[in-house]
Design a protein around this ligand. Structure first.
Ligand code: PEP
Ligand code: MN
Length: 340
């Protein structure tokens, strides 16, 4: 439930509403906004009886929220959330476009150092690379795990880049968060609720990928699990969904990007690598996502893509990435110039 106050409601009116919410056993959340003051009710598991609020002064409107998520919705938080994983890095603000790049998996210190130095020289500040890899087959490369984290930490010290890496289980959150500036939740774990609670508690920015066949409501409900823990630093990542079409690895659902912007305040980025599975499609689709309103992209780049231990077919080489990066910057400036 959402209680919208009159613009001339007093502090006392607001306080009275909050106390009434608490007396009913729920939690009030203040919803700051330029044009209105509203108070959200959370902690209820069903319909909230609004009778106790009927005669309270200062209330303009009571809105019953029937969606499975509240904190992630614009109703509860009208202004855009900007995630700041590092001092001069903003994800979700109007004036910035985030580029996360790097290999699918951390394979060796040399591979990471080569790719990180190249990316850093172009101006990329966010480095990806999986130490823990969720693979469809147990016979595929599973990642270097602890050794992978150690390599990521070295490369972080060497280049000053921020690290985006996946965490696969709740008991690893603490250790991965020692290295990761952004904790990635993979598509296969989007509905691993214990893991969502744990990354929520960590307070660290979280990159939440859309599940393989998740609806928008399911995806936003998963984000809600993280916000309920008091962690608002969530970045959504569209990475394609499973459809009947097998010509591409997944089907890129670009329309979900402007739709999320309407219903949620969270930043949303696009992963053209997993969405297409094909190197040649990465650049056009990444550029399309800029015009769809994405706050950034995450792209797989490998110094020797054909020798990559995972996702070789969709990985760009350094030259291919340089070309993409140049186009992204140009198109991003164009987008700003037309006020989109
Ligand atoms: C990845 O980013 O390498 C990855 C495993 O992606 P997804 O979870 O989207 O399949
Ligand atoms: Mn991958």
């Amino acid at each position: 439930m959402l209680i919208v106050m009159h613009h001339n409601a007093t502090e006392e009116d607001i306080q009275r509403v909050k106390e009434t919410i608490e007396k009913l056993g729920y939690r009030p959340v203040a919803i700051p906004g330029a044009e209105r003051t509203a108070i959200g009710v959370i902690g209820n598991q069903g319909w909230v009886d609004d009778t106790p609020f009927q005669d309270l002064p200062g209330i303009r409107e009571i809105i019953h929220v029937t969606k499975p998520y509240k904190l992630v919705s614009r109703d509860f938080h009208p202004d855009d959330t900007v995630v700041r994983p590092g001092e001069d890095i903003e994800i979700g603000s109007k004036g910035s476009f985030a580029v996360i790049a790097g290999p699918c998996a951390v394979e060796s210190a040399e591979q990471m150092s080569t790719v990180a130095k190249a990316l850093s020289s172009f101006g990329v500040k966010l480095l990806r690379g999986g130490a823990f890899k969720p693979r469809t087959s147990p016979h595929s490369f599973q990642g270097l795990r602890e050794e992978g984290l150690r390599i990521l930490n070295e490369v972080k010290k060497e280049t000053g880049m921020l690290i985006v890496t996946e965490v696969m289980s709740p008991e690893h959150v603490e250790r991965v968060a020692e290295v990761a500036d952004i904790l990635q939740i993979g598509a296969r774990n989007m509905q691993n609720y214990d893991l969502l609670v744990e990354v929520g508690k960590s307070g660290r920015p979280v990159l939440l990928k859309r599940g393989l066949a998740a609806t928008l409501d399911e995806w936003l409900s998963s984000a809600e699990y993280i916000l309920v823990q008091g962690n608002e630093n969530v970045i959504l990542c569209e990475r394609g969904i499973r459809t009947y079409e097998r010509a591409t690895r997944n089907t890129a659902d670009l329309s979900v990007i402007p739709l999320i912007k309407e219903i949620s305040h969270l930043p949303v980025i696009f992963d053209p690598s997993h969405a297409t599975g094909k190197r040649s499609l990465v650049r056009p689709m990444a550029l399309a996502s800029v015009m769809a309103g994405a706050d950034g992209v995450m792209v797989e780049v490998h110094p020797e893509p054909d020798r990559a231990l995972s996702d070789a077919a969709q990985s760009l080489d350094i030259e291919g990435f340089a070309k993409l990066y140049d186009s992204l910057v140009k198109l991003w400036k164009f987008r700003l110039s037309i006020g989109l």
